[in-house]
Ligand binder design. Structure first.
Ligand SMILES: [Zn+2]
Length: 83
């Protein structure tokens, strides 16, 4: 169990955030997922962002909102900008 984390390439916050939605949807696999998980362990900012997105998603789902609707997406993006 001595798999070194040195083999994991550090990714930027920008890169991490670009994978957040796939991660939450559980679509992220392999290296991309490991890199993101590693980033989240070390970056509080992105970790908070994932928690926020998760919460938001489950809320929207409970409200039965179609998250793929353009209108809703736009509103969510505006919300996130203010966050
Ligand atoms: Zn980060």
């Amino acid at each position: 169990m001595k798999q070194s984390k040195r083999s994991i390439q550090p990714i930027s916050c920008e890169e991490a955030l670009s994978r957040v939605f796939d991660f939450i949807d559980d679509h992220l696999r392999g290296k991309a997922r490991i890199e993101l998980e590693h980033h989240l362990e070390t970056c509080r900012h992105c970790f908070d962002r994932v928690e926020f997105e998760r919460l938001l998603k489950s809320r929207l789902r409970k409200l039965n909102v179609n998250v793929h609707s353009q209108k809703v997406r736009k509103r969510v993006e505006t919300l996130l900008d203010q966050f």
